[in-house]
Design a protein around this ligand. Structure first.
Ligand SMILES: Cc1ncc(COP(=O)(O)O)c(C=O)c1O
Length: 438
């Protein structure tokens, strides 16, 4: 296997990575199948994170691999500016069907970040198209992650992602985050405390006036800042307030879409209807980069009232790329045939019990679960935030388990095709690692 090691690792500037540490202690993956990766040394690694929340159907899913292979031989690239190809249209129809036609249209991007910026732009342009061009303010939330475009980091609420980059977008405000360990530690599903935090939107409206606000964007469950689960009633309240004030509600479902919460989307799980929804990752099973913005029919209709011509000056060279469309169509087929969402739902209780069995292990100060997601929060080492969890990450990898850490929180989000034996393996290994941490 050694021959697959790169001759040099100097030139790749790695994203969201401690480059200097990694290049001394690399973790190199060379193949993947089902629930497992293989690393360059031939070790088998259980995927506890679906890559980066990307692979609901498991790795190297044969149908998806075959569909992409077939498409690349047939149509390698086709523009979608004033042109089209059948798979892009077929996929859009199928995606709408997958939402039970609660959405009317889909705009393709190549990533979650682009989906977020697209959704924000559609929201701004929508208000302008209907003569309410004063609605230019965007509201995000503290501890929100909406990718790394300037729109996404502006509405996002992670200091490290914002502070090096100057002023960002103007006219942005933030709701408070909902994480509260004093009130909500060790919850299963939605915590009891915190629905009132949605009312902070009223404060922002009072400050700026509703006529200046275009949209609110939130992750239904915040993933990147450590699995922050919305309090009971919080998202419903946010919906009510947005409706009351004519503000569009955007759910960023980049990680919660495609079955992660044991429903097709988080919007289904929480029974709350956003006006726009951003997706990526599971949309193609992570096989080909793709994002998509789902919009309610009234949004598209507003643009179609304009004089004849291009209605929305926005798009990406690779919007609706044939390979991405092929991967996504095959992913939807696998979801139907293998009943991926139903399978995830059948394992939810077993998953939840397994995660909460870690309670009482050293340094564990919180465990929270929803769908097939878990957040395990560790007590930080004084003066070294993040160090304890990162140690867990390294030790787990060495022991054949891929976990993800953010700050001192371990976030788990396995492929949805996992079975009970994988849950046993995952938590067996993780418990062992937790017991060895300083
Ligand atoms: C909620 C959310 N939005 C947006 C993104 C950005 O997606 P991408 O990395 O594909 O740009 C992510 C990525 O993890 C995400 O979790």
């Amino acid at each position: 296997m050694n021959e697959t090691r790169p001759a040099s690792m100097a030139s790749f500037w790695m994203p969201f990575t401690n480059n200097r540490d990694f290049k001394i202690h690399p973790r190199l993956l060379v193949s993947a199948e089902g629930m497992y990766y293989k690393d360059v040394d031939g070790n088998t690694i259980l995927d506890g994170t679906a890559g980066l929340w990307c692979v609901p159907c498991g790795h190297a899913q044969p149908k998806i691999v075959a569909a992409v292979r077939e498409m690349i031989g047939q149509l390698d690239f086709a523009p979608t500016f004033q042109m089209g190809h059948p798979a892009a249209f077929d996929l859009a129809e199928q995606l709408m069907e997958y939402t039970n036609h609660r959405f009317g249209h889909v705009f393709y991007t190549n990533s979650g970040s682009e989906a977020v910026d697209t959704a924000l732009k559609i929201a701004l342009a929508y208000h302008r198209a209907r003569g309410e061009g004063t609605r230019t303010r965007l509201i995000g939330r503290e501890r929100g992650y909406h990718g790394v475009g300037f729109g996404g980091i502006s509405v996002g609420g992670i200091a490290g992602n914002r502070k090096p980059y100057g002023a960002m977008l103007p006219y942005v405000d933030h709701l408070p985050h909902t994480h509260n360990l004093e009130k909500n530690a060790f919850t299963r599903g939605e915590p009891e405390y915190g629905a009132h935090l949605a009312d902070e939107l009223e404060r922002i409206v009072a400050l700026h006036d509703a006529s200046t606000i275009a949209a609110v964007i939130v992750e239904p469950v915040a993933g990147s800042t450590g699995v922050l689960i919305p309090p009971k009633g919080y998202l419903k309240r946010l919906r009510e307030l947005c409706t009351k004030h004519g503000i569009l509600l955007i759910f960023d479902e980049v990680i919660t879409g495609f079955g992660r919460l044991t429903t097709p989307f988080a919007a289904d799980y929480f029974d709350v209807e956003p006006d726009l929804m951003t997706t990526a990752k599971g949309l193609t099973n992570g096989v080909v980069p793709m994002g998509a913005v789902f919009t309610k029919p009234f949004l598209y209709e507003a643009f179609m009232q304009a004089p004849a011509g291009i209605e929305l000056f926005h798009g990406y060279t690779y919007s609706g790329h044939p390979l991405a469309c092929a991967a996504s169509l095959a992913t939807l087929e696998v979801f139907r045939e293998q009943q991926i969402v139903e399978h995830a739902a059948s394992l939810q209780q077993y998953w939840e019990d397994a995660v909460h069995s870690l309670r009482g292990l050293p340094h564990v100060i919180d465990i929270r679960t929803i769908g097939l997601i878990a957040g395990i929060e560790l007590e930080p080492i004084a003066g070294k935030p993040g160090a304890r969890a990162f140690d867990a990450f390294k030790k787990a990898f060495a022991d054949g388990l891929l976990i993800r850490t953010t700050g001192d929180i371990i976030a788990l989000s396995p492929p949805l095709v996992l079975e009970k034996k994988h849950i046993d393996e995952l938590f067996g290994k993780l418990a062992k690692v937790l017991k060895t941490l300083d």
